[in-house]
Design a binder for this molecule. Structure first.
Ligand SMILES: *[C@@H]1O[C@H](CO)[C@@H](O)[C@H](O)[C@H]1NC(C)=O
Ligand SMILES: *[C@@H]1O[C@H](CO)[C@@H](O)[C@H](O)[C@H]1NC(C)=O
Ligand SMILES: *[C@@H]1O[C@H](CO)[C@@H](O)[C@H](O)[C@H]1NC(C)=O
Ligand SMILES: *[C@@H]1O[C@H](CO)[C@@H](O)[C@H](O)[C@H]1NC(C)=O
Ligand SMILES: *[C@@H]1O[C@H](CO)[C@@H](O)[C@H](O)[C@H]1NC(C)=O
Length: 304
């Protein structure tokens, strides 16, 4: 090679070699070393080269795998041989060495090596371009079991669902403001699920999620979570319903149902003593009822 290089310098390009001090090499320029593609779309592996030789270059594109896969080899723009079936009809090589790959598949994701060599030049131009291939994300929607909850109820889970889309990441918004992993707002490790624990009145708001991947970002329609206040009546009805029923039955049996029978006949016959006795019995019953009601109130709060 050194001999050849020397020969060229002397015979063909003496003036260039001597005047500029440059070596004979293919100088390759790659504007973008990372390109993003979508399934079904195309990828332009854009390169260009310069060389002192007027000869056509041999261009070779390979996909890096455990064993490199040759995608295409060409002399100028003329493809040598028959490319592999998975690339046939999907490739085009331009004069400047650029490769166009269309109808992209997820399996095209990877690192591509290019080599441009010219017989006369000592050094081959080499470069590497990384291609990512992703599926476009379809519009996400928030799935939750119920759009209205009672404050201080159990956890509510919001699921940022979508049909298509690869390598997705998720973000959550409450009232348009980004949500972070906090004590009550727990994000799953992939951030796809938002769990609100021990819902408060302040959680009554609009929620949305954004799904992102290397080829796009799309936000769900906002969803409203309605939080209802727990009223004391609700507490009585939901947790103390049975106690209340027992209380009412007790009150009924003690005051209305029997007292009337007890008091009336007695007061008509013996006015003096019996009236006092009845009053005493009634007082006893009232205090019994008060005790019962108090007991049940304590029981409600204990249960609650
Ligand atoms: C290669 O080309 C770039 C621009 O295309 C130029 O800046 C650089 O000097 C060239 N290198 C050589 C060794 O010719
Ligand atoms: C190489 O040529 C193609 C097709 O003409 C063009 O799209 C691309 O931008 C060129 N690349 C560079 C680096 O100039
Ligand atoms: C998801 O992708 C499939 C196949 O590419 C397509 O048929 C379907 O319509 C897409 N779904 C949505 C919601 O875009
Ligand atoms: C979230 O929604 C997706 C799509 O609807 C579903 O496949 C997944 O099982 C859901 N996850 C949970 C934890 O509900
Ligand atoms: C949020 O916090 C919970 C518990 O502290 C943890 O399990 C989870 O992985 C965190 N999520 C993210 C996205 O960091």
């Amino acid at each position: 090679n050194i001999m050849r290089f020397a020969n060229h310098c002397i015979l063909d390009l003496l003036s260039v070699c001597l005047s500029t001090g440059e070596v004979l090499a293919v100088n390759m320029t790659i504007p973008n070393t990372l390109i993003r593609g979508t399934v079904g779309g195309e990828a332009l592996f854009s390169v260009r080269y310069s060389s002192f030789s007027p000869d056509l270059p041999v261009i070779k594109w390979q996909l890096k795998r455990e064993k490199s896969v040759t995608i295409v080899q060409s002399i100028g723009t003329d493809i040598i041989g028959t490319p592999r079936p998975e690339y046939r009809d999907r490739i085009l090589v331009f004069e400047n060495g650029t490769l166009l790959l269309h109808n992209l598949r997820l399996s095209d994701d990877g690192t591509y090596d290019v080599e441009i060599s010219i017989t006369d030049d000592t050094f081959t131009g080499e470069g590497t371009i990384t291609l990512t291939v992703d599926e476009l994300i379809s519009r996400p929607y928030i799935h939750m079991e119920s759009s209205s909850v009672l404050e201080l109820s159990e956890n509510i889970v919001l699921n940022c669902s979508h049909e298509n889309g690869t390598r997705t990441s998720y973000k959550w918004f409450k009232g348009g403001k980004p949500l972070t992993n906090e004590t009550r707002f727990v994000l799953s490790p992939d951030q796809k699920l938002l769990t609100i624990t021990r819902v408060l009145m302040t959680d009554d708001d609009i929620y949305s999620c954004t799904v992102e991947n290397p080829v796009g970002s799309i936000t769900s329609l906002p969803i409203k979570l309605t939080v209802y206040k727990r009223s004391s009546l609700y507490i009585i009805l939901s947790t103390g319903g049975i106690f209340l029923l027992i209380t009412l039955v007790t009150v009924c049996s003690n005051v209305f149902c029997f007292t009337t029978d007890d008091v009336h006949p007695k007061t008509t016959k013996h006015n003096g003593v019996n009236a006092v006795t009845s009053l005493y019995i009634l007082q006893q019953k009232v205090s019994l009822i008060t005790t019962l009601v108090l007991f049940h109130l304590v029981a409600f709060s204990a249960v609650y």
